[in-house]
Design a protein around this ligand. Structure first.
Ligand code: HEM
Length: 473
């Protein structure tokens, strides 16, 4: 039997010297000074060196108690065993509530249980196979768009990847491209909302008071309303198409057809909540992860060569098929390693409803609990040579990470519903784009990560796109 290239030992492991960029962790005193002097600092910068070594680290100053929890067993406790004491934080609801209403990402309690049960079938393997051709079409058209831009064009890589991931998820939801006038307006209003929404910056987190949530500026609220109006219009259009006898196999259809135990469908408002969640959760995260994947591959030519060799061996020159995903093992391992080093959702926040104890630490009611995939994935006790890019951590035969130490999609009942589609999409984009193009960052040495809604390159990542010889794909 032919072994897929991903398992062959023909390529050297990545050079040991290169370290993907990350802020140098400061000491607690320096952070206390930043906080006391009200300096605006990015959240990634204020994670103290202790957090990468200790199970629970308090952040010392501020109106409310904040704890960074980095021990896998305690993370499991917060996310699984004692989860009813640790619902989603008020910060998250204040930032995203105007856009997402009671959508899955921000809802809690009975509402969340009810809605998650209704939506889970949308993400079954069979449904993914059905939406795959829609995803494929989006990626194909994006490749054509890059070709049309011209050989050697310089673009902001993350912006370009947001374009394709938004289109992929939009087609998977509504079976239509984002280029349509309404869809493009959703995308534009959504981008404005993101830029204007209260960010999770240090001073916002520390000033936050559960009793008086951070107000959302009126212009941002209007953008949220615009997104919701447009999604509502797309749902109405779908209902009209259904009345004409048309049929669909996308996520919107699954959500429209979903029924609860009582045989009840989602209300129109709740349907808009859920479809907006899928759009939000489904494209920014993927764009961020793919930006860092392409950046690191550019810095690690052996890993990139191995990926291209795998694509050639699995797919030849034909387009990727759904069934190829399981053979593209190195591509998958590269993406998983990128999610380890640059988890798009770097800070997952919860609030303690009652006093509790996490390990040795007393946690008073109202405390903000921060579980940071960024910290856990770089924790010295959990990963060997944690700062190094090494996809072989995730190839066949490598020891499985300790439960709770690899959490790019979260953990427990609130784990990401879109993890499978995100990985499938990443394999599709990496396989199809890397055989056609080189992605060369203009100033790789200047690339620094910052934490916004996702982990992104500070000031963007200008990148030259070169078209590869057509015979190679
Ligand atoms: C690389 C891509 C992605 C990453 C890293 C990611 C990460 C996450 C994380 C960490 C959570 C849990 C948040 C928490 O516990 O506070 C989450 C939740 C969620 N994600 Fe994703 N996600 C990705 C892609 C997607 C996609 C493609 C979709 C949908 C098509 C999606 C839909 C959701 C939904 C609906 C939730 C809420 C689940 C719940 O609370 O029941 N995500 N995601």
């Amino acid at each position: 039997m032919l072994r897929p290239m991903g398992q062959m030992k023909t390529f050297p492991t990545p050079p040991l010297l290169w370290r993907p960029p990350a802020p140098q962790p400061p000491g607690g005193l320096r952070v206390a000074w930043w906080i006391a002097s009200r300096q605006r600092r990015d959240l990634l910068e204020v994670v103290t060196a202790d957090s990468y070594r200790q199970p629970v680290t308090p952040i010392p100053v501020g109106r409310r108690k904040v704890f960074v929890v980095s021990d896998p067993d305690l993370i499991r406790y917060v996310f699984v065993d004692a989860r009813t004491n640790y619902p989603k934080s008020d910060l998250m609801r204040a930032a995203l509530g105007p856009l997402l209403g009671e959508g899955l990402l921000v809802s809690d309690g009975d509402t969340w249980v009810h809605d998650r049960q209704m939506l889970d079938p949308a993400f079954a393997q069979m449904r993914l196979e059905q939406v795959f051709p829609l995803m494929q079409q989006a990626v194909r058209e994006h490749a054509e768009h890059l070709v049309a831009l011209g050989d050697g064009i310089v673009v902001d890589l993350e912006e370009e990847l947001s374009r394709v991931t938004a289109d992929v998820i939009f087609r998977a939801i509504f079976s239509e491209p984002i280029a349509g006038a309404d869809a493009a307006e959703v995308f534009a209003a959504f981008m404005r909302f993101q830029r204007g929404a209260p960010q999770f910056e240090l001073d916002v987190v520390l000033r936050s008071d559960p009793a008086a949530p951070e107000p959302t500026p009126p212009a941002v609220l209007e953008d949220a309303r615009a997104v919701r109006r447009l999604i509502g219009k797309l749902v109405d259009r779908r209902r009209a198409a259904l009345a004409r006898g048309e049929t669909f196999v996308d996520f919107a259809q699954t959500a429209i057809d979903a029924r609860d135990d009582q045989g009840q469908p989602f209300s129109q408002e709740r349907l808009i909540d859920q479809l907006t969640v899928l759009f939000l959760a489904g494209h920014e995260t993927s764009a961020s992860a793919l930006t860092w994947t392409l950046f690191m591959l550019n810095q690690q030519p052996e890993a990139l060569a191995r990926l291209r060799a795998e694509v050639l061996s699995v797919m030849g020159t034909r387009p990727m098929a759904f069934a190829d995903a399981k053979s593209l093992q190195w591509t998958r391992a590269v993406f998983r390693e990128a999610l380890r080093l640059y988890p798009p959702a770097a800070f997952l926040t919860r609030v303690a409803l009652a006093d509790d104890q996490l390990g040795e630490v007393q946690v008073p009611r109202g405390s903000l609990i921060v579980v940071s995939p960024w910290v856990v994935h770089r924790h010295a006790a959990l990963w060997s040579d944690a700062d190094r890019f090494d996809p072989t951590r995730f190839t066949d035969g490598a020891p499985a990470p300790r439960p709770g130490s690899y959490i790019p999609f979260g953990m427990g009942p609130r784990v990401c519903t879109g993890a499978s589609i995100a990985q499938l999409e990443a394999q599709l984009i990496l396989a199809e784009h890397l055989r056609r193009f080189e992605f060369d960052p203009i100033h790789p040495e200047r690339v620094k990560p910052v934490s916004r809604v996702t982990i992104r390159p500070r000031g963007g990542m200008l990148c030259r796109i070169l078209q590869r010889d057509r015979r190679q794909h």
